[in-house]
Ligand binder design. Structure first.
Ligand code: ADP
Ligand code: SF4
Length: 685
């Protein structure tokens, strides 16, 4: 079954008083469920344990209203009443023989306390992070004593909930202990400020307090960012390593990463697998305690190499465990080709940023384990033995066919072009997006193992072809096309004067069309497409003027932790950025744009215009087939459903989810579908 090369990954590791069942460690990660949707969070974590993760941790867990993270939804252990929700998670994790870890967090000036209205604490007086008009106050020695008591009390509550590993959190430039470490945040002149020994004092005390409170039964872990990748920050070659050395053997486990979060959770557009190794290497030699670290690891060979070379003891993962909760089991059972590898897109992160349950491009069941009862590895057999036809092999069609096949149906997946993968096949050729082809790879590989699924390429279907196919269940996944008229969020009507200049769409550029230079790229999409096309065009020698109605480039990518990197890259490529401008009209001399605030017009002399605004669903086939139910039935069709971008253009994650959902639910008895939700119970007045 298992390749003996990977045996080392299944060795257990002693962490203080507890022992793991293997080296697979789901490090803390946010999920947009936390204390608001605790059963959903517990089920999601339980499935990770079932999938073989030897340790499964919470997200950040607030220890007190003195530092709460609203509107972001995290775990909570403010008082005894929060214990049952987290006990539910511990039970779900223990049920599969894994250890449960909790990341106790007190975030100082990183949390403006919007809900509790407590004045935030910091080592020194400072405005809070972000733009809230709030300042944190310098902590007194009494405050520090109170913080230590709160942390200790939360550790005891964590032990009562059933946790095996309790964290002291000094990561990401978020946790208060981290703020004490860094001179730019800590300007104190007492025993907690100044020389490094003093700045480390609070972290040392919290580790000692936690061990004293719960160390008999729980391991004490420290999450420390050893490098911030900024000039005035900690560096793994400087104080980051010194701090680690000073505390080397104090905790039971080191969880090492980099700050801030955007450096820790880099997308595949900006970093490849294993990108944190530089910051981790050498640390293990400085401690006798086990070390866990991350780097979007999905390759078992990389994992083995990290352990063998003495870089890590435990393979940390957040995103790879989200994309495939069963990654360890698949390695254990020699099913490596079934691993659903994370594509590094950070759509998962957007759940936290938008305070909504986690979602994942690769794993459409993520966040749906409890509320819809979806399992990442199993589906119920179909209720119908009739044939299914899926038209279009983009992410929606591929996923729909995969799930129908897994449900035991006979499926024909028909694609008009030679290439399978639809938009993903095209987009993964754009600069930095090659990992996205994993969306196709995973699904094609799964389909290749299904005898009852037939794939037909180069077969554009028309309505009569579909009827001739005589399939009872028809799923139309014909995708969408980028609009050529500028219509989108800013322009609700077609842009006047389009005939005056060469007009291109993203489909044209992805199809190989060259834009006459200079080109005005109008980005009213605000996600990745505008910026990756700008990169592609610059690489082709085209001068790009990037115009967007938003205040910054690719505004939605704040939610994927990429915005600053994208803007920096375009600036470095000498792309001219004109923000806060919409378009008014096109002339043969160029485009007239206008300021979104003042309306003041501005002529931009360009030779062509690339419109990245919105997409039109490709519904011609669906509309040609759509007719009243009785007529459909007469034609032998029981189900006719548009899915993915054909229904409504959106993210790749939404297309995969749409295909998955319809394949699971199309034959559900009326009234049997539901979405569970947890309702706050009323306190006694
Ligand atoms: P989604 O994201 O919803 O999966 P895509 O645009 O990625 O949508 O994929 C749609 C796929 O459908 C493309 O590969 C396209 O070539 C294919 N397609 C579109 N119309 C037809 C048709 N009439 N017959 C067969 N395949 C089609
Ligand atoms: Fe990976 Fe993207 Fe899924 Fe996040 S959403 S786990 S980055 S595939």
């Amino acid at each position: 079954m298992r390749d003996p090369r990977y045996d080392i990954l299944f060795e257990s590791v002693q962490i203080g008083p507890v022992r793991t069942r293997n080296r697979f460690y789901q490090v803390p990660h946010c999920n947009g469920m936390g204390h608001v949707h605790p059963s959903a969070m517990a089920s999601m974590r339980g499935i990770k344990a079932q999938g073989g993760w030897g340790v499964v941790c919470t997200e950040e867990c607030e220890i007190s209203p003195h530092s709460e993270f609203s509107p972001y939804i995290e775990a909570r252990l403010w008082d005894e009443r929060d214990i049952p929700a987290l006990a539910r998670m511990c039970e779900a994790v223990h049920q599969h023989g894994s250890l449960a870890g909790v990341e106790l967090a007190f975030n100082g000036y990183s949390a403006p306390n919007r809900y509790s209205r407590e004045v935030p604490w910091a080592p020194s007086d400072t405005p809070v992070r972000g733009y809230d008009p709030v300042q944190a106050r310098a902590m007194s020695l009494a405050d520090i004593r109170q913080l230590r008591q709160m942390h200790r009390a939360a550790a005891l509550r964590a032990r009562s909930a059933g946790f095996d590993i309790v964290y002291v959190y000094a990561g990401h430039d978020l946790g208060l202990p981290f703020h004490f470490l860094t001179p730019r945040n800590n300007r104190r002149t007492d025993e907690y400020g100044g020389v490094l020994e003093n700045r480390v004092r609070l972290l040392r005390e919290l580790i000692e307090d936690t061990r004293d409170a719960v160390g008999d039964r729980c391991a004490v872990a420290v999450r420390l960012a050893v490098d911030e990748q900024i000039a005035a920050g900690l560096s793994h070659e400087g104080e980051g390593a010194e701090i680690f050395t000073m505390l080397a053997d104090l905790p039971d486990l080191w969880d090492i990463n980099v700050a801030d979060w955007s450096n820790d959770s880099m997308t595949s557009r900006f970093a490849s697998e294993g990108y944190q190794e530089t910051f981790l290497s050498g640390l293990k030699a400085l401690t006798s305690k086990p070390l866990v670290g991350v780097g979007r690891f999905t390759s078992p060979d990389t994992m083995v190499s990290l352990v063998r070379r003495g870089v890590l003891d435990l393979i940390g993962a957040a995103r790879p465990s989200i994309a495939d909760p069963f990654l360890p089991k698949k390695i254990e059972e020699g099913r490596m080709d079934e691993i659903r590898e994370c594509i590094g897109c950070n759509v998962c992160v957007s759940g936290d940023h938008t305070s909504t349950p986690l979602r994942c491009t690769q794993n459409p069941t993520m966040g749906e384990e409890w509320r819809r009862g979806w399992h990442p590895e199993s589906v119920s057999p179909a209720r119908s033995s009739s044939r299914a036809l899926v038209v279009g092999a983009g992410p929606a069609g591929l996923e729909c066919a995969r799930v129908l096949g897994a449900r035991g149906m006979e499926v024909a997946l028909v694609e008009s072009s030679r290439t399978l993968g639809g938009r993903v096949a095209l987009e993964s050729k754009l600069p930095g997006l090659s990992s996205w082809s994993r969306v196709i790879d995973y699904r094609l590989d799964a389909l290749s193992r299904m005898d009852r699924v037939q794939i037909y390429r180069q077969s554009p279907l028309e309505a009569q072809d579909v009827l001739d196919f005589a399939a009872a269940h028809v799923f139309i996944a014909t995708g969408a096309r980028w609009r050529r008229d500028g219509l989108g969020r800013a322009l609700r009507q077609a842009l006047p004067g389009l005939e005056s200049l060469p007009i291109l769409t993203p489909d044209d550029v992805m199809g190989g069309a060259l834009a006459p230079s200079p080109v005005l790229l109008f980005d009213d999409d605000h996600y990745y497409m505008g910026s990756v096309l700008a990169e592609r065009l610059v690489a082709q020698g085209v001068e790009v003027v990037f115009v967007t109605p938003a205040a910054d480039v690719a505004a939605w990518t704040h939610n994927t932790l990429e915005q600053h990197r994208i803007q920096r890259r375009l600036l470095e490529l000498d792309v001219t950025i004109i923000a806060s401008h919409s378009l008014m009209t096109v002339t043969s001399d160029g485009v007239i744009a206008s300021c979104v605030y003042t309306g003041r017009p501005r002529v931009i002399a360009v030779a062509s215009l690339l419109l990245v605004t919105s997409r039109e669903p490709e519904q011609a086939l669906f509309r040609a087939l759509d007719r009243p139910d009785e007529e459909l039935r007469e034609a032998g069709i029981q189900t006719l459903l548009p899915i993915g971008d054909c229904l409504a253009p959106g993210t790749i994650a939404a297309a995969v989810y749409g295909g998955h959902r319809q394949a699971r639910e199309f034959d559900a008895p009326a009234g049997s579908l539901f979405m569970r939700r947890e309702i706050t119970c009323l306190e006694v007045m």
